[in-house]
Design a protein around this ligand. Sequence first.
Ligand code: 8YV
Length: 316
Amino acid sequence: MKKTILALQPLLPDEMNVLENEYDVIRLWESHDPEELLQRHTYDVQAIISTYNSSGVSERLMMALPNLEIIAQFGVGYDNIDLKAAHERGIVLTNTPDILTGDVADAALYLLLNVARRVVEADMFVRVGRWHSGAMPLSSSVAGKTVGIVGFGRIGMAIAKRVEAFDMNIIYHSRSKKEDVAYSYYNDLEAMATDSDFLVLACSGGEETKDLITYKILEALGSKGYLVNIARGSVVCEEDLLIALENRVIAGAGLDVFANEPNVPEEMFKMDNVVLSPHIASATLETRSKMGQLVLDNIKAHFSGQPLLTPVCFAG
Ligand code: 8YV
């Protein structure tokens, strides 16, 4: 008998086809009455495919599915999943690390370059015909400047590698100093922000990093400093960021993630010192397809009693 998978969001068509051939799939995102759909399948669901931009996997959802065994997250971050509840229920969790690292690091670089060199503004300058009335205001060069990376895991390190090619200096802040890394480590985030021209957020989301970037940190970054966020919107106190951008407490920001996606503070739409993108750092065909394949492989491994490819280990 086919296993039943609850999919909160679709995979790409190729991976979706494989999924639907091998399993009974409940397509929750298409339902007009998700509660009723879940009630109908309470005892069927053995796996969930979740993503960050879905409704998430709460304790309530897990409670409603007594036969749930595995949550396969389509993404590296899993701050939309109640880990404690999953752990207590003995539900296993997998994610999709590594395969998206390059694309996400690239996104940090394009946001950094974009906001410093005013690329989006320049594009608009040409399109609306302002070039005829004179030259565009000057931008800021990046070479010789210092990038402070917050979170120095796989993505943080991949950002550092790219930043080096632009002749920039690298410093970093993370939970602990990395033994095998030559860049200067800052235990104190405010001190690092003071020494940074670009503060790039590459840490995990969740309680531990919630509102890490406050007005005080932005003040320390200073009026010539830029914030780049490809981590999670929750890492930044968005109200503080708005005030800092409006008052030019910082020079600008390149943002792929927001506190309450897909809602972006409308005040930002009018700002010429921000570059906005809709949480697309991993959104390339190649990477999203590999992420989908890894989700399928993890589910298959689980149901065939093989070791999971990329399990998330519960701390504590
Ligand atoms: C999302 C992400 O998975 O990997 C992560 O943690 O935030 C993204 O890659 C993607 O946006 C789909 O929700």
